[in-house]
Design a protein around this ligand. Sequence first.
Ligand SMILES: C[S@@+](CC[C@H](N)C(=O)[O-])C[C@H]1O[C@@H](n2cnc3c(N)ncnc32)[C@H](O)[C@@H]1O
Length: 147
Amino acid sequence: MPIVDSWFVHQRPNPFYIPESPVYGDLPHNRMECIAGDFFQSVPSGADAYTPRMVIHDWGDSEAIAILRGVRAAMPPSSRLILIESVIPEGPDPSFFKFTDLAMMLIGGRERSAAEFRELYASTGFELEEIVPTPSPLNLIIGRPHA
Ligand SMILES: C[S@@+](CC[C@H](N)C(=O)[O-])C[C@H]1O[C@@H](n2cnc3c(N)ncnc32)[C@H](O)[C@@H]1O
């Protein structure tokens, strides 16, 4: 089962997460469960895939490295890291994501190019396998753990 960071994850997961709360509603699958936690402390272990969506762009490089190292430590060798993020195109051409990069900078985060994701993966024990575009502005940035 993949670890899915869903849209309803609360901004303050530890103090506010109450499984019975109507805020969380019914989970869409009986193999899903909500687990409260701080990804700087630990990440649930043993998942087939880890799919943080629009999480890493909230953070600068040192925090992003800490989060991904935590994922790397928690995952089995067969698992995949699938960041779901926008990817800034290389070069001087205008891009909406260069604008959102400026916006993320205001909160200490950043958007990243494919080369920057590759470097981030390499420095946290992953090999970037593939970047898969989707019909949305987001991409699946698929990495596997280095042996
Ligand atoms: C930009 S939101 C993205 C939410 C959701 N994945 C989405 O795509 O709509 C960033 C998420 O990171 C979570 N988050 C922030 N700091 C966290 C931490 N230390 N541990 C776990 N989750 C955290 C927030 O609760 C929030 O849900």
